[in-house]
Design a protein around this ligand. Structure first.
Ligand code: F6R
Length: 611
């Protein structure tokens, strides 16, 4: 959601900014722009739509300059139009600002500025912040003081990049609640929303802390807090490989990331399972603490919420801890009865999701310890947390989450085993059985990937209707929700995930010969297995187009449907890690058949940093 890149260096910034913006495309955007200090002017180029529109604008009106800022905008305040595009100018065009986040009191600030005769050309909160900086400068402040003064007036969240004719060798950056990094490399100093954006340019980065302001010049970087106190520069070496952020020969990042799941999950096991024991180095939770845990609340959004639902089932099955789950956007606006000792856990790929972050801050306020399962080092959620498990899935560029999700599921398996063991609630036999099963997951996923042509054919047969229904039970109920979400996100076909047992309470009315119903039937052993088959028969009786995911060798569906995706036999509690890969592929090929932009689905942002 909105991406920022900036550079001060010894060569033309424009191609670097364009490349950085391309690397930020995955975050989601509907317009883009850049500003450079060019021939004693702050020159802006902005365009609505894909970056190619901005490139055409630059081809028609070329620019160059060694100091610049760029932005991809995902519209919040004001429609996607050129006048609302960033950068926003102020001080009669002497300064330009790019911003990610929301200035909540911008209407108030705008009223005061309008009363002083300042005119606005956009609907954005960002232009108001730019004008506030310019207004603070009017009182004779230098740019750094003016920026600090403006930020002290602003309420809300921001990551920003600022350049001005009044400081021609300088780029300013600041963050509060939205991610921003500073980087250094052989050709200069950089700012960006994330490391991949400037990966080819930098060797080391600093993750700015909330409330920090950075000044970048060709001579180096200085950082202060909002009170004006100089901060120690904490440079971190960049370990990420370029291959982690290119599509590696796959037609899309999403397909690459679906295929990466075997490697990611193997890597996670190598990292967290040692000599038959779970070792979670960043969990940092004493056995004494674990033994006192009675309640746990897991808060997250979207796909990560379905991982939380799965985590709840596992933890409640193998420990005596009572677990609840909630969506960040709901949790923060209700009155949850969380006692100070309740462990509040979050799950997040980005670590920046605004609603999850706000929920954590609320839980911290109530005296709860925070555990986060996260993919991004140094992210806001990570900083807020006492206990951590990293998912180590590597950068996820496809907007629809795949490898980060299965890594989250596996981390819940590790957490469950760790908690159960520490509480003395796990027998050695169960631990060994579960670990042995876990070891089989990557190979099982590999088998699903080998079957992708079959999955593609099924997707192509059923992609054309207006809607589809996904059914599952127990551990596979969250996977039904996830399968439906994947389908909606990338193929734009309406899809609904349902607990199969709930079908009779409403959605059964939808079933007719044109509705694809995707049934996850991999349970084969207990009453849930039987109930699921009964549900499938209910769909059959109403002529629904059944697509089943079933265990290899299971013949129970032979007389029901021909469209079966067989997956290797895995115990029920871990079957979601394999089943969801089939669902990802099903959504993928449906989207391909429908001709959508799979890596950048319309209206979606990879990291939802505003409410
Ligand atoms: C769906 C998807 C989103 C995210 C959600 C939370 O494919 O990616 O639903 O899961 O926006 O994001 P994170 O995990 O970054 O907190």
């Amino acid at each position: 959601m909105c991406g920022i890149v900036g550079m001060v260096g010894d060569r033309d910034a424009v191609p670097v900014l364009i490349e950085g913006l391309k690397r930020l495309e995955y975050r989601g955007y509907d317009s883009a722009g850049l500003a450079v200090l060019h021939e004693n002017d702050v020159a802006l180029r902005r365009a609505v739509g894909r970056l190619s529109a901005l490139e055409s604008e630059l081809a028609a009106h070329p620019l160059s300059g060694s100091i610049g800022i760029g932005h991809t905008r995902w519209a919040t305040h004001g429609e996607a139009s050129v006048r609302n595009c960033h950068p926003h100018a102020a001080a009669e065009g002497r300064l330009a600002l790019v911003h990610n986040g929301i200035i909540e009191n911008y209407q108030e600030l705008k009223k005061d500025l309008t009363a002083k005769g300042i005119l606005f050309s956009s609907d954005t909160d960002t232009e108001v912040l730019a004008a506030t900086i310019a207004d603070c400068q009017q009182d004779g402040a230098d740019l750094l003081e003016a920026l600090r003064c403006a930020l002290s007036k602003a309420r809300g969240a921001y990551a920003l990049g600022l350049l001005s004719l009044d400081a021609p060798e300088t780029l300013y950056a600041a963050r509060l609640g939205s991610p921003l990094i500073v980087g250094k490399g052989s050709s200069g100093y950089f700012i960006a929303s994330d490391v991949p954006a400037i990966l080819p340019q930098v060797d080391e980065v600093i993750y700015l802390e909330d409330g920090e302001i950075a000044r970048l010049t060709p001579a180096g970087v200085e950082i202060w807090n909002l009170a004006g106190e100089a901060q120690v520069l904490k440079w971190v070496k960049v370990e990420m490989e370029e291959s982690a952020v290119d599509a590696g020969g796959f037609e899309t990042f999403m397909l690459k990331e679906i295929h990466e799941q075997t490697r990611v999950l193997r890597g996670l096991m190598e990292r967290y399972v040692m000599d038959g024991q779970i070792v979670l180095p960043e969990l940092n939770m004493s056995v004494g603490h674990i033994r006192t845990l009675q309640r746990m609340m897991i808060v997250s959004c979207g796909t990560a919420y379905y991982a939380a639902m799965y985590g709840r089932l596992l933890i409640e099955n193998y420990t005596s801890i009572a677990v609840e789950t909630d969506l960040g956007s709901e949790f923060r606006y209700r009155s949850p009865k969380i006692q100070p000792g309740t462990l509040v856990a979050t799950v997040s790929q980005s670590g920046e999701t605004a609603d999850t972050l706000a929920s954590v801050q609320m839980a911290k306020g109530a005296g709860c310890p925070i555990l986060t399962i996260c993919n991004v080092f140094g992210s806001s959620l990570v900083r807020e947390s006492d206990h951590l498990i990293y998912t180590h899935a590597g950068p996820e560029i496809g907007v629809a989450s795949t490898k980060a999700f299965t890594a989250q599921l596996m981390c819940f398996v590790f957490l469950t085993l760790y908690l159960a063991e520490a509480r003395g609630e796990l027998t050695a036999e169960t631990r060994e059985e579960l670990l042995a099963e876990l070891q089989r997951i990557p190979t099982a996923i590999h088998r699903v990937l080998e079957n992708k042509e079959h999955i593609r054919k099924i997707a192509e047969q059923h992609h054309d209707g207006p809607s589809s229904l996904y059914l599952g039970r127990r551990y596979n109920y969250p996977m039904a929700l996830e399968g439906a979400l994947k389908n909606k996100e990338i193929s734009y076909q309406h899809a609904e995930g349902y607990a199969a047992g709930e079908m009779k309470h409403g959605p059964i009315a939808l079933i007719n010969e044109s509705l694809p119903v995707i049934c996850i039937c991999t349970e084969t052993e207990d009453e849930v297995a039987e109930k699921m088959i009964s549900n499938v028969r209910e769909v059959q009786a109403r002529s629904g187009r059944i697509i089943a995911i079933a265990t290899e060798g299971d013949t129970r569906l032979d007389d029901i449907t021909e469209d079966i995706i067989f997956v290797p036999r895995i115990c029920e509690c871990m079957s979601p890690l394999v089943n969801v890969v089939a669902l990802q592929l099903l959504a993928y090929y449906a989207a391909q058949a429908r001709g959508t932009d799979i890596d950048k689905p319309r209206n979606l942002a990879k990291s939802v940093t505003v409410e």
